[in-house]
Design a protein around this ligand. Structure first.
Ligand code: HEM
Length: 483
């Protein structure tokens, strides 16, 4: 029996490591035919990829749901993937996801034109307008949530509080504002969106159970209906960006039904990350009193000079402590995959001199969350929140980090990288800073349980941008007593 077992294992071993040549990355098929490692990958990608890293090193190929995915975890070698748009294509996999999640096909779409349009609206002069509109909505939503004359504490989940407030303000700013009498109530959009968001990773992986599928499809349909007027006419109260985006889709021959689906995708891209990021930041501040003090001190220096309740939006703000606290938050909670499809065979040159052949049709995936972001070779106590990790001793921004003795170009990558990096980065940072400033300067807030820890991470969301918590962190707040 023992002999048979050994024979079986060696056959399995040979099978698992065959068919690939030495010049290719080590292959790990997993034991289940076709499916390979798909289940473990989807359940907790961070745990799975760390396990594979220990077994194979910084580069390996795994089989998942019939596809071969080469995972690269050496940040010194990331440019070899990010900069090669000839052999490594960004759009194909993006289109697969667009179809699975949003049922969206844009055959005549010119991503370059859409990107340029986005840059025009989210950078430079136009950004200032967006910032101040956003600021106005944040202020009025906060006041509606919590009248200024209220004396007693209000208790809430911090995730729910941050996500709903930022989502609604972002929705009003970009998709439909006050001028529109028929405009959809942002709360109802948020409620539907949250249901959709909860099922999104399963939609992307195609692992919805029948009952969940029914819910997902009906919620999506409802969102399409709610978003139908957004950006359609000049009077819809939405931002100039959404008008221009709609017009571009029209010019490309996209019908109205497809346009709505594209608008839902934009709602996800623009609103899905900011709220969760603000939650993690406020959560880390509330559970790290020293960090909270430092950020408050920096803000109070500004508020002494400014009379208003909000941060000035007309000039760049110098907030190195806040910036470091945010960078540290994103290091621990931003976990996108950077995925490309190999469209022609390629030799990947690693920084250590090794070379690997990549096969046409395979995918390549970078996962910066494992390295650089939580790599113990780069960060001491990588799981620990240290608000001043990105500050030098003299208080300036720290940008020098090393791995294996070499300076790192990519030491944290919450926004992706290269031409496909996030276009909304500056808008997102300004929004989060404004929100945290308003909350910390105008309200008293504290944890309901002073010893509460940060909630666990929902492990199924690795790979989809900002992580979300399992459960919530209870806090209470009331208007600050300013006399
Ligand atoms: C904390 C907030 C945010 C984070 C962490 C974040 C992160 C990211 C990441 C990782 C990507 C993908 C890059 C890649 O595939 O290589 C991305 C793409 C994108 N983001 Fe953001 N984002 C945030 C907020 C925003 C906001 C507020 C907007 C819009 C106003 C926005 C618009 C976009 C768009 C349009 C893309 C697609 C770019 C393309 O396909 O070329 N993001 N973002």
């Amino acid at each position: 029996v023992l002999f048979l077992e050994m024979l079986l294992y060696s056959l399995l071993f040979i099978f698992a490591f065959s068919f690939r040549s030495k010049s290719e990355p080590p292959l790990d098929r997993g034991l289940i035919p076709w499916l390979g490692h798909a289940l473990e990958f989807g359940k907790d990608a961070s745990k799975f990829l760390n396990r594979m890293k220990k077994k194979h090193g910084n580069i390996f190929t795994v089989r998942a749901a019939g596809r071969y995915v080469t995972v690269l975890l050496d940040p010194h070698s990331y440019d070899a993937v990010i900069n090669d748009s000839d052999s490594l294509d960004f759009t194909r996999y993006a289109q697969v996801l667009m179809e699975r999640i949003f049922n969206l096909r844009l055959p005549h779409h010119q991503p370059g034109v859409a990107k340029a349009l986005m840059k025009r609206h989210f950078l430079g002069m136009n950004l200032a307008t967006l910032n101040s509109t956003m600021c106005r909505y944040l202020q009025s939503l906060l006041k509606a949530d919590m009248p200024q004359n209220r004396k007693d504490w209000k208790e809430e989940g911090l995730f729910d509080f941050s996500y709903s407030l930022l989502f609604k303000a972002g929705y009003l700013t970009l998709f439909g504002g006050e001028q529109n009498n028929n405009s959809t109530d942002p709360s109802s959009i948020y409620e539907e969106y949250k249901k959709f968001d909860g099922l999104l990773t399963k939609m992307a992986r195609g692992t919805l159970k029948p009952e969940e599928k029914k819910t997902a499809l009906s919620v999506r349909k409802r969102l399409w209906e709610l978003l139908a007027p957004a950006g359609l006419t000049e009077s819809s109260g939405s931002s100039p960006w959404l008008h221009d985006y709609r017009r571009l889709l029209q010019e490309e021959g996209t019908d109205e039904e497809m346009q709505r689906r594209a608008v839902l995708m934009q709602l996800w891209a623009s609103q899905g990350n900011v709220g969760p990021a603000a939650f993690w930041l406020l959560g880390y501040l509330l559970t790290n009193p020293e960090a909270l003090m430092a950020v408050k001190r920096e803000f109070s220096q500004i508020s002494q000079m400014e009379t208003s309740e909000t941060l000035p939006m007309d000039r760049p703000m110098n907030t190195p402590v806040f910036d470091s606290a945010l960078e540290e938050t994103l290091r621990l909670t931003a976990a996108p995959f950077i995925t490309r499809e190999v469209v022609q065979e390629k030799t990947l040159h690693m920084a250590d001199g090794q070379e690997y052949r990549l096969r046409k049709g395979d995918r390549v995936c970078l996962f910066p969350f494992v390295s650089p972001q939580t790599d113990p070779e780069i960060y001491q106590e990588p799981q620990k929140y240290k608000y001043d990790r990105f500050l030098n001793e003299d208080g300036s921004v720290k940008k020098d980090f090393y791995k294996a003795g070499r300076w790192l170009k990519y030491y944290t990558m919450p926004w992706g990288a290269g031409t496909n990096g996030c276009v909304g980065k500056q808008f997102a940072i300004n929004t989060i800073r404004q929100f945290v400033y308003m909350v910390l300067t105008n309200y008293d807030l504290e944890l309901c349980d002073p010893n509460a820890q940060m909630p666990e991470i929902n492990a199924s969301r690795y790979g989809f941008g900002m992580l979300q918590p399992e459960g919530d962190l209870l806090f209470r707040y009331k208007p600050r007593n300013t006399h």
